[in-house]
Design a protein around this ligand. Structure first.
Ligand SMILES: Nc1ncnc2c1ncn2[C@@H]1O[C@H](COP(=O)(O)OP(=O)(O)OP(=O)(O)O)[C@@H](O)[C@H]1O
Ligand SMILES: [Mg+2]
Length: 196
């Protein structure tokens, strides 16, 4: 968590190897990201990292299913299509498989983006305000989906949020202030929340 402009998206981008830091060292899955070139970073991302952006960033020329399967195809994973169909069903969008992003609602696009992020079964998933652009109910569904997939696949979830109740679902919380990260005291365990 942290105020707008404090550096949260910048940090996520650096941790995920999407961006490079001007100084310091970053290790991802035991690899020194700061010593790798763009190709090597892309390879590491493809095999270990999922990213859910605040603005979805689906490719407009690809259908929902194609958007989901693309990272798997790039990573050379076999059965990409079967796996994509499975994930599409898991996010409740089987009916929308051949729809293009402009034909999907914001919440549907975000669910496609989440399915896309999980298709390579990443070790770590970075989510930058994944529910910020969604209405309350759809936002909660998307958040539950992230935590469900996190638990089913054992994926480490690192998320940025402005919502205290979402931060409280995480095992550890950090506060970003002017580019400095501070660990917050662990909060009380939350009751299981149900979304109707
Ligand atoms: N590529 C860049 N080059 C220089 N400065 C940048 C760059 N990207 C972001 N910044 C600056 O770095 C600071 C942190 O930006 P960042 O996007 O990480 O904030 P944030 O904490 O994610 O904010 P928000 O909650 O609004 O998304 C901002 O002051 C921004 O102007
Ligand atoms: Mg941001």
């Amino acid at each position: 968590m942290g105020a707008s402009g404090s550096g949260k998206s910048t940090l996520l981008g650096i941790l995920a190897g999407l961006d490079t830091a001007s100084e310091g060292e970053v290790f991802l899955a035991g690899q020194p990201l700061h010593q790798l070139d763009e190709d090597a970073r892309a390879g590491l991302r493809a095999s270990h990292v999922g990213f859910v952006f605040q603005s979805f960033l689906l490719l407009p020329g690809l259908t929902a299913l194609e958007n989901i399967t693309l990272p798997a195809e790039l990573a050379g994973i076999r059965n990409a299509k079967d796996r994509g169909l499975e994930l599409l069903a898991q996010v409740g969008l089987s009916e929308r498989r051949d729809f293009y992003p402009t034909q999907l609602s914001g919440g549907e696009q975000q669910r496609v983006a989440i399915a896309r992020a999980f298709i390579t079964q990443p070790n770590i998933l970075f989510a930058d305000e994944p529910s910020a652009n969604l209405d309350e109910k759809t936002g909660l569904l998307v958040e539950d989906l992230l935590f469900d997939l996190n638990q089913q696949q054992g994926t480490t979830l690192v998320l940025v949020t402005h919502k205290a109740e979402l931060a409280e679902r995480c095992q550890q919380q950090y506060l970003m202030q002017h580019g400095q990260l501070e660990q917050q005291l662990p909060s009380e365990p939350q009751e299981q929340r149900h979304v109707g």
